[in-house]
Write a protein that binds this ligand. Structure first.
Ligand code: FEO
Ligand code: CA
Ligand code: CA
Ligand code: CA
Length: 600
């Protein structure tokens, strides 16, 4: 119960040491099991996975590739049964197709890859006496792919900027792609961020305005790594200049209605959304926090006009699904309290820390009537919604070190941002270190803690962690004894356990060890204590953590994906072992013999 929370309760486990094993390594006294793998059937009539005989039709009924976000939603009235909602961020073709040759990619391979994107909704059932979860062919099971129909809502819906040959209304998009992190809403839906959508498009524009927009979103002339444009012309800017504008949104999926049309919310702006996570204020205002995961890009929040309606009845649900369509979008500007101390080395004495103030600059108002109002000189409301990065540039937002997951603590309301790394900080005329991004050529990242006036425009901030090897002078663990913490590098996803500790999963460990999951104490004498709970197999990224009393869920994304990844000799054979191809999978970890995670 909450009376027991605080002071690091829930982090009582022996930390896992940094390692390079091709396995999920967990603390002594814990057990693990694979919940679901790429290719596992989600429907009774779906075929079993066959690496040598995969088809687009099979993949569309099986669990997709590269699981990132995971949400675990209890099914009301059915103890031990949940909906597991998972993002499938992208395809790693070299591990998906036997004998894969990029230059000879086939239409069928592209169609399989498209069907391996999007999201999965799958019912999972707990097994008595363990924390293991087993997939079931439940009535809510659903695959959403790169060809599923979505509805655009909010101030840019129907805009000329979103119209295409196939959709002259500018309101219907086929598919969602590169869905990275996500969040579960208090009204029972799932939000998911369309992140590196640029990697699916190819092309350039003759006119300078369009060229600047494409460039700011990283769309270029070289072949996209997935080659979809070879078989589907909507991914070729020359054939369909507006299709790329229809990706880069926060999408909302109602997992309780498999027939529902998922939505893309234009009021939250278009950028490389890592996710959106909701905080509800005392008066029912909904605040959605979202980072733009790019070097030198921005942090945003959306504050709703409509208030949340409690309950899960049909009328409340209908109302709550419109909350993200009316409100104000803001971008963050940060200042440090100690500008004269920053030299880019990040070696501010740890007892003084890194602190500052911030301002939320309003850029777009989305009206109750569906109309937008631009708050940025020289841009229309539709332009602010669709080219949000350019609006952030104009108002002087603060360039951050790749804002990934951005989430408020359900216990304290303090908001945390994983700033994963930025190897270009301070190089080649790029922005130099500042107090919130205190290191040039930042390889290990940092975690920002914000005390926000959620519906307001002012905040204060401090750095909770400056990540890396704790033995190095440029790391900081909220002033905690650095000889007593685990090394941590490249924070990516954030989650909170039932006691209020922050759990961080990593992507891209720059300390010569596999990525992992870490628990960080936020309050009391142990604030800043950081302990590694698990590590993932070679080449994998740790994602989507869910921490409950009885289990930890992680997604293992792109196992085997090393610099020299090859289909003939993958660096990982997890989870099936032997000489098998690696398969991105969801894993559950629980305490042997039962009991609460991290509670001795
Ligand atoms: Fe897909 Fe920003 O991580
Ligand atoms: Ca991420
Ligand atoms: Ca999260
Ligand atoms: Ca990442």
């Amino acid at each position: 119960g909450s009376s027991e929370s605080g002071q690091g309760m829930g982090t009582g486990f022996a930390p896992v040491a940094p390692n390079t094993e091709d396995a999920v390594v967990i603390p002594d006294g814990y057990e693990q099991g694979v919940v679901i793998r790429w290719g596992d059937p989600l429907f009774e009539d779906a075929p079993e996975f066959d690496f040598y005989g995969q088809t687009p039709a099979a993949q569309a009924k099986q669990f997709g590739y590269n699981n990132d976000f995971a949400g675990l939603l209890p099914i009301e009235g059915q103890p031990g049964k949940y909906l597991l909602v998972v993002n499938h961020e992208y395809s790693t073709e070299v591990f998906m197709f036997p004998g894969y040759k990029p230059e000879a990619i086939s239409k069928e391979q592209v169609e399989i890859a498209m069907a391996a994107h999007g999201l999965s909704v799958v019912e999972v059932h707990g097994e008595p006496g363990t924390g293991q979860l087993k997939p079931a062919f439940g009535k809510y099971n659903r695959r959403i792919t790169a060809t599923t129909e979505f509805e655009l809502t909010g101030p840019a819906a129907g805009s000329d900027l979103l119209k295409t040959i196939a959709d002259p209304t500018g309101t219907k998009v086929l598919g969602t792609i590169n869905n990275c992190s996500g969040g579960v809403t208090p009204w029972g839906t799932v939000l998911s961020g369309e992140e590196n959508f640029n990697a699916y498009f190819i092309g350039k524009a003759a006119d300078p305005v369009s060229a600047e927009r494409l460039d700011r979103y990283g769309i270029g002339e070289s072949d996209s790594p997935h080659f979809w444009e070879k078989f589907d012309k909507r991914f070729d800017i020359a054939a369909e200049p507006n299709e790329a504008n229809r990706f880069g949104w926060v999408v909302e999926v109602d997992p309780w209605d498999p027939q529902s049309t998922p939505v893309k919310h234009t009021a939250l702006g278009r950028f490389k959304h890592e996710a959106a996570n909701i905080h509800v204020t005392a008066d029912g205002t909904v605040v959605a926090y979202s980072g733009d995961d790019e070097r030198f890009d921005y942090m945003y929040k959306f504050v709703s006009t409509r208030k949340i309606e409690p309950g899960t009845g049909a009328a409340s649900r209908r109302h709550n699904r419109t909350i993200l369509d009316a409100g104000t979008l803001y971008v963050a500007k940060l200042t440090g309290d100690h500008p004269d101390r920053i030299d880019g080395s990040g070696t501010i004495p740890s007892d003084q820390g890194f602190t500052g103030k911030g301002q939320w600059i309003p850029i777009l108002r989305a009206g109750e009537d569906g109309r937008g109002e631009s708050l940025v000189d020289g841009m229309t409301a539709e332009e602010v919604a669709v080219f949000t990065r350019l609006a952030g540039d104009k108002v002087g937002a603060t360039k951050m070190d790749r804002p990934e997951d951005f989430e408020a603590s359900p216990k304290t309301g303090k908001v945390y941002v994983a700033l994963t790394n930025n190897s270009k900080r301070g190089t080649d005329g790029e922005a130099a270190a500042d107090e919130a991004n205190p290191r040039n050529e930042n390889k290990n990242g940092q975690v920002l803690e914000i005390t926000d006036d959620h519906a307001g425009t002012e905040f204060t901030w401090s750095l909770l962690l400056v990540c890396g090897d704790p033995a190095a002078a440029d790391t900081y663990f909220a002033g905690y004894d650095k000889t007593e913490v685990s090394p941590i590098s490249c924070p990516d996803n954030l989650a909170f356990d039932p006691y209020g500790n922050l759990w961080i999963s990593t992507d891209g460990n720059a300390l010569d060890a596999n990525d992992g999951l870490f628990a960080v104490v936020l309050d009391g004498d142990r604030r800043g204590e950081t302990k590694q709970f698990l590590s993932v197999p070679v080449g994998g990224e740790t994602c989507g953590p869910v921490i409950t009393e009885e289990r930890v869920i992680v997604c293992v994304q792109h196992p085997g994906e090393t610099d020299d990844a090859s289909v003939e000799a993958p660096a990982s054979h997890w989870p099936d072992g032997g000489t098998s191809q690696p398969r991105p999978s969801v894993v559950a970890v629980w305490k042997a013999g039962g009991g609460r995670i991290g509670v001795e």
